[in-house]
Design a protein around this ligand. Structure first.
Ligand SMILES: [Fe+2]
Length: 299
């Protein structure tokens, strides 16, 4: 695998937390690193499950119609649990996980504390090999991509994700991490289809999208697709492999940092949205990078 992006130290910043509310090291500016597209890696930050909760770690718990179990803590809304008698235990687990992630934000990214919104967390129980086998190339997350939501335009808001490997059998989660966003954008912008306000209007009208898809959302979806469809880029584009062992956690802006999940099973994940103006360096947001390259507003 080519490792032309840079070395592992440059793409990944390691932090020593052992507890979700540990006091951070003053010497590391975690917000600045994250906003540059780096992955914050916590090799010793585990999320502990009780003996009863460990028995939940089986793909049979997931509704066959869904990829993952997900939870919206503000609405206390749980979806994707196939076994009714496990519902309450899963809900308590995901509520506790959400609280831990909030504590971590206060500890590591306190600047974002009041601006993060729309929390959703997920319990991911399928091995990556299983969903790769059953999906189209567009949904194949073993290909390098940046995250973009097809039906939920977000108008440039950042997608912040916290991941924890909870594999009980010692299996690492293996990722590839790609190049910095400004380089990615320059590489792919000339290949993206032009935006059509009429098509966006139509997609909203007939319910394909929940709200009107902005120019920004169009470009991010296009970038997601064009990256995944480019097999030469997948193979030889700038990238490096990163391993996340069980008992470790990591954070990234998944709309900015190209990533691919290559192997692993059993993970907890927390998503938040963050307004661009809540960033310390808004010029690093994909929205601002794309607007600068195209010399026009995109939302
Ligand atoms: Fe992703």
């Amino acid at each position: 695998m080519p490792e032309t992006r840079t070395n592992q130290e440059a793409a990944v910043i390691t932090l020593p937390h052992q507890d979700w509310s540990d006091v951070p090291l003053a010497s590391i500016d975690a917000v600045a690193a994250l906003e540059q597209g780096k992955v914050l890696f916590f090799p010793h930050l585990a999320f502990n499950l009780s003996e009863a909760e460990k028995k939940l770690l089986t793909p049979e718990l997931v509704d066959p119609k869904r990829k993952n179990i997900s939870y919206q803590p503000e609405q206390q809304k749980l979806t994707g649990v196939a076994l009714a008698d496990k519902y309450e235990m899963v809900q308590k687990l995901l509520a506790r996980h959400h609280q831990a992630c909030q504590a971590l934000i206060i500890s590591v990214l306190p600047e974002y504390r009041h601006a993060l919104h729309m929390p959703t967390n997920s319990l991911r129980l399928h091995p990556i090999s299983a969903w790769k086998a059953s999906t189209s190339w567009r949904k194949d997350d073993t290909r390098l991509h940046v995250d973009a939501f097809p039906s939920r335009p977000n108008y440039g808001e950042r997608i912040l994700r916290i991941f924890t490997n909870i594999n009980p059998h010692g299996e690492n989660r293996l990722w590839r991490v790609g190049e910095p966003f400004p380089e990615l954008a320059q590489r792919f912008l000339p290949r993206l289809k032009p935006y059509s306000p009429f098509i966006s209007w139509l997609q909203d009208k007939i319910g394909i999208t929940k709200t009107h898809r902005s120019h920004y959302d169009h470009l991010m979806l296009q970038m997601h697709d064009v990256m995944k469809a480019d097999l030469e880029y997948q193979k030889n584009g700038p990238q490096q492999a990163v391993e996340f062992p069980p008992g470790s956690s990591w954070i990234c802006f998944s709309d900015q940092t190209p990533h691919a999940a290559m192997a692993g099973q059993f993970m907890l994940e927390q998503t938040f949205l963050l307004p661009v103006n809540a960033m310390k360096t808004p010029q690093n947001a994909p929205l601002k990078v794309l607007e600068t390259l195209l010399h026009k507003p995109l939302v």
